[in-house]
Design a protein around this ligand. Structure first.
Ligand code: SAH
Length: 259
């Protein structure tokens, strides 16, 4: 991993994992190395799960006591977090996927470290904030991980990921494309829980909008978040840029004091 010359508010790092082959099914062991032990994915899971090596990289960066995986899907990230964090609160609004996540976590032997919650993260966050703090089940939430739906598999239609600069030739992903609410609003909600946020976004995300999250945060929450930098980590698998992970607060290298 190396640090590139920063954008005004960015550290940009690259995380290289492994070589990649094309079809989803041929990548099954890249999604879950224990796939052959019986891991299960539904259709949405197939196109949205974070490949295991990338999930492990993110989990290493998010090492803490209690983490909320706000959109856990079939468990790609939650399983990795369970190996670096004491406690994972894994939320998904889809009952089937939550079950698959629990099933997959059991295969990895980490289901007992994960609290699976069926529900809407937006409601969860509002309830937590309404109770006046970042506590869930008596625990302080240290980190929130956001991997919200990007609007289906077509989010990158027409893009070619062979180099980071390619994304500039294609339509950018806007935070307004995030569901279930605007990506900036989602970030603000998470910010009321903790300044330590990891935001997993498409590789063609508009980085100015990501930068604005920090600026707005500095102006928005009195005395709570003095985060000055966001660190954008490019998640590469071989020749392919798969996604970006944007780190905020104490997750940014050099800002650990904010943790
Ligand atoms: N990181 C996951 C993939 C997440 S895909 C993994 O590696 O497996 C996004 C997930 O968000 C989907 O499973 C979808 O069911 C869930 N989701 C959509 N809206 C939601 C909401 N309002 N609250 C919680 N989960 C939601």
């Amino acid at each position: 991993m190396y640090v590139r010359p920063p954008h005004p508010q960015f550290n940009r790092t690259e995380a290289h994992t492994c070589n990649v082959v094309d079809s989803d099914f041929s990548q099954r062991r890249r999604y879950f190395s224990l796939y052959d032990e019986g891991c299960l994915l539904d259709r949405v899971g197939w196109y949205s799960v974070t490949p295991e090596l990338i999930a492990n990289q993110i989990a290493e960066r998010c090492r803490c006591d209690t983490i909320v995986d706000a959109f856990c899907g079939v468990g790609g990230n939650a399983i990795a977090f369970a190996q670096t964090c004491e406690r994972v609160i894994a939320i998904d609004s889809d009952e089937t996927r939550l079950r698959l996540a629990r099933h997959n976590a059991a295969i990895y032997g980490v289901a007992d470290r994960i609290e699976f919650l069926l529900g809407d993260f937006v409601q969860f966050a509002k309830t937590l904030i309404g109770r006046g703090g970042a506590r869930q089940g008596g625990r302080v939430v240290d980190v929130v991980f956001l991997s919200p739906p990007w609007g289906g598999p077509s989010y990158l239609q027409g893009t070619d990921s062979s180099s980071p600069s390619d994304s500039s030739q294609h339509p950018e992903f806007q935070l307004s494309d995030v569901t279930p609410i605007h990506g900036s609003e989602l970030f603000k909600l998470a910010e009321h829980i903790t300044p330590n946020i990891a935001y997993y976004l498409p590789r063609n995300t508009n980085l100015q909008e990501v930068s604005d999250l920090v600026t707005n945060a500095e102006m928005g929450i009195k005395g709570k978040n003095k985060a000055r930098m966001v660190e954008v980590e490019e998640e590469w698998m071989g020749e392919k840029l798969k996604a970006l992970t944007c780190y905020f607060g104490g997750l940014v290298q050099g800002q650990e004091g904010l943790f």
